[in-house]
Design a protein around this ligand. Structure first.
Ligand code: FRU
Length: 503
């Protein structure tokens, strides 16, 4: 049964969603049907297709009572819009259906697990949440909330766990048929922990263990966890709030954390390494799936809570997802590469080899705002350059700059002049593995974003831009002398895109 609240959201999106012309959206990054989007939810395969739900407030471009929007895709790039899946229409989720996961059940139905939020005034008159975990079961379009909801609440918390901050269950089915879920929780020290639960049917859940705890070391509350094996290791990812900067690895505010280690039923999760996930400006709440072919693919909200004020006024959609990325562990680090499906949309190759750059230059055929470009930079001899800049989305007034300084091996992303109307943070610098002054930058542009993949996925950096589309120049600039190779493709999502092979 579709509730009145859900029907209202569905009617609203059917009525106003189609008013947004395609050209006013990214070509292949997921956006909300109308209104506001934050975290990816329920990123998973169901009946052979990839479903992506998202935190959704259709009625404005601001966060509001959370619904779940719904998209699906066959190739991670072309998204089909489905009606909103969940609305805050029960007592236990009246203040919002917060983030969660999805899993296919053996009987062919799909189970959504999400956080139900009830907000009330506490004894001091402050607004306070009660957060519980809930489930809804459906057919890929319509979902029925379980009469057993909430399926996890304060009684299922370990000692000292907070019922106010208990959210974002990510659910999966183990090889033995057992369901597992990980959720974020606040502990008695005020910081975060990741809890693990298990279930035989997806409805009745029991606490297994605390997988890891923040101990006030990496931010405070840990949100949106995910937990999966990858290349012989076990990976726990989470998005901490209130981070303090640590070198160039972690910036202040909402960050992302990748904890790599080992997992066993006896020892639990033993953390061995810690790193950030994306080193750009806009990246939060990543979630992964395992594709039928075994790839571990991650998608994230290409935004950050601290930068949401930087939106164009009156925009009718706000919030987009990153390009889905294939994950691997190489050299003890998390590597990310755009899903290989992107290559099927490459058209109009322009290739330049061995070009000497000294000062600023542009190259024939290299411009555009929806493209996939790889630039390899080599010094001409030791110390031949002090910095190299790649300028994209450029005209006389606009410029988005990716700068590399070989001495320090620091890459900087600068979107100060990229059409954002607010004085929020616009630059980010991070370290890359030094390689004798050589660096390889794969840059994916999609109208309102830039994503940089460094040295074949060693580091990724994402940023939203709102530069007018006419600003499509690309230039190369060196202080000193470099040799570059450039390989650039337009990404074209026409009717037959992806299925016709390369043009
Ligand atoms: C993370 C988050 C989640 C929560 C959701 C609410 O961005 O704060 O913890 O479930 O957003 O929209």
């Amino acid at each position: 049964m579709t509730s009145e609240t859900l029907q209202k959201a569905r009617d609203f999106e059917t009525r106003y969603g189609p008013h947004i012309p395609d050209g006013e959206r990214p070509a292949f990054h997921a956006t909300p049907t109308i209104g506001w989007m934050n975290d990816p939810n329920g990123f998973s395969f169901y009946r052979g297709e990839c479903h992506l739900f998202y935190q959704y407030h259709p009625y404005s471009n601001e966060w509001g009572p959370m619904h779940w929007g719904h998209l699906k895709t066959k190739d991670f790039l072309r998204w089909e819009r489905l009606p909103a899946a969940l609305a805050p229409d029960e007592e236990y989720d009246a203040s919002g259906c917060f983030s969660g996961g999805a899993v296919e059940l053996p009987d062919g139905r799909q189970l959504l697990m999400y956080t139900g939020v009830q907000r009330h005034h506490n004894a001091e008159g402050f607004l306070e949440d009660v957060q519980t975990q809930c489930v809804a079961i459906g057919d890929g379009v319509d979902y029925e909330k379980s009469t057993l909801n909430p399926v996890l609440d304060r009684k299922d918390l370990p000692q000292g766990g907070s019922a106010i901050d208990f959210r974002d269950p990510k659910v999966w089915r183990g090889e033995d048929g057992t369901y597992y879920a990980v959720a974020g929780n606040r502990t008695e020290d005020g910081s975060g922990a990741i809890l693990m639960y298990q279930s035989t049917d997806g409805l009745k859940w029991e606490f297994v263990r605390t997988l890891d705890r923040c101990n006030n070391q990496y931010g405070r509350m840990w949100e949106c966890p995910d937990f999966f094996p990858l290349d012989g290791m076990q990976v726990l990812i989470t998005s901490p709030q209130d981070m303090k900067p640590i070198g160039l690895e972690f910036h202040a505010g909402n960050g992302t954390l990748c904890l790599m280690g080992r997992y066993g039923p006896e020892a639990g999760f033993v953390r061995e390494q810690v790193q950030a996930i994306d080193y750009g400006l806009d990246f939060y709440a990543p979630q992964t799936l395992e594709a039928p072919d075994g790839r571990r693919i991650m998608i994230a909200w290409m935004q950050n809570w601290d930068t949401v004020g930087g939106k164009p006024s009156h925009c009718r959609w706000f919030g987009q997802m990153t390009l889905p990325r294939e994950l691997s562990i190489e050299n003890g680090r998390l590597y990310q590469r755009p899903v290989r499906e992107l290559e099927a949309y490459r058209r109009n190759p322009v290739i330049h080899h061995h070009i000497l750059v000294s000062g600023e230059a542009n190259l024939p055929g290299i411009q555009g705002r929806v493209l996939d470009m790889t630039v390899t930079v080599r010094p001409v001899g030791h110390g031949s350059y002090r910095w190299f800049r790649l300028h994209v989305a450029k005209d006389g007034r606009h410029d988005t700059i990716i700068r590399y300084k070989p001495e320090e091996s620091i890459l900087k992303l600068d979107r100060c002049r990229s059409g954002l109307p607010r004085d929020i943070v616009h630059t980010r610098s991070f370290l890359v593995r030094p390689n004798g002054g050589e660096i390889k930058l794969r840059v994916v542009l999609d109208r309102f974003s830039v994503e940089v993949f460094v040295n074949d996925g060693e580091k990724a950096a994402s940023a939203v831009i709102y530069t007018p589309q006419a600003a499509d120049a690309i230039t190369f600039e060196a202080d000193g002398q470099v040799l570059i190779d450039v390989e650039k493709y337009d990404l074209i999502f026409d009717e037959n895109g992806g299925e016709t092979g390369r043009g």
